[in-house]
Design a protein around this ligand. Structure first.
Ligand code: ZN
Length: 281
């Protein structure tokens, strides 16, 4: 479509054509209840359905059985083509037709009701007495950035947290319209395990920062492991560090036991309280 970018006569002609078109009828108001939605779908050709129930959980968006249509409440706000697809999904003659309708239905992004959204808690701030630690961590961040990432990472705040209990550290992505990205390091971690282990953690979080900034998913997947190895840290979500007060191996992080833990539990599995492997995110 070459003429799309041309601002001259083609655009004027299109404008002219628009001007002469009769005004479109106003769209019908969005249905607000299951009954109104059912009525709307019938207008669009729905047959064989006598009851409609709105669902709230997202495991099934649209289903039907024995004359009853179950549909997520988010579809009350769906545009006509999506509602038309619901009709086609229920009444489609061929599997291909139903599958095409399903694609349209699932492509519609349902809005989560306000009640379902998690209220954003204001972020913890570094305590004044921990500010020197935070400044030191920020300097290490700059140094590690230059050394391992060619200085490409953004200079983001490194916060010291007294709330982190089971985790050593954490990378927080920027919240849309809210707080910017930051790295959080647990105060206890620093106190218990010392700077060398803490810098290992900082570097781990910086690999997450790198994932985020280059547009990769922030996880402990293959890209994470490859980059972690490249910067010289344990390529796993967990690693062994000296437990609180207990005798711990001097270089636990590189022990075979720690390596065996890579590929193990997904990021959110809770830690067993007594186990020495600690993890970060
Ligand atoms: Zn992590």
């Amino acid at each position: 479509m070459r003429f799309l970018g041309v601002r001259g006569r083609a655009a004027d002609a299109a404008q002219l054509a628009l001007d002469f078109e009769p005004p479109a009828p106003p769209p019908p108001p969005a249905p607000r209840t299951a009954e109104e939605l059912l009525a709307r779908l019938r207008e669009l050709g729905l047959q064989g359905i006598t009851r409609c129930r709105l669902t709230h959980n997202r495991t099934v968006m649209v289903s039907y059985k024995a004359g009853e249509l179950r549909i997520h409440e988010g579809y009350l706000a769906a545009p006509p083509d999506v509602l038309q697809a619901v009709v086609a999904f229920v009444g489609g003659r061929t599997r291909a037709a139903r599958r095409a309708a399903q694609a349209v239905i699932l492509a519609f992004r349902i809005e989560r009701p306000a009640a379902e959204r998690r209220p954003s808690r204001p972020r913890e701030r570094t305590r004044p007495e921990d500010e020197p630690l935070a400044r030191a961590l920020a300097e290490h961040h700059a140094r590690l950035n230059a050394r391992h990432f060619g200085g490409q990472l953004a200079a983001i705040p490194v916060r010291v947290s007294r709330r982190l209990k089971t985790r050593l550290g954490h990378y927080a992505m920027a919240a849309p319209g809210g707080d910017g990205a930051e790295i959080v390091i647990g105060y206890r971690h620093l106190r218990r395990h010392g700077w060398e282990e803490t810098l290992h953690t900082l570097l781990h979080e910086m690999v997450h920062q790198w994932q985020d900034e280059v547009g990769l998913p922030v996880d402990h997947g293959r890209a994470f492991r490859a980059k972690a190895r490249a910067v010289g840290i344990t390529p796993s979500a967990r690693r062994l560090v000296g437990g609180g007060g207990r005798a711990a191996p001097t270089r636990p992080a590189r022990s075979p036991a720690a390596e065996q833990l890579s590929g193990s539990p997904p990021a959110r599995t809770p830690l067993a309280a007594s186990s020495p492997p600690r993890r970060r995110r």
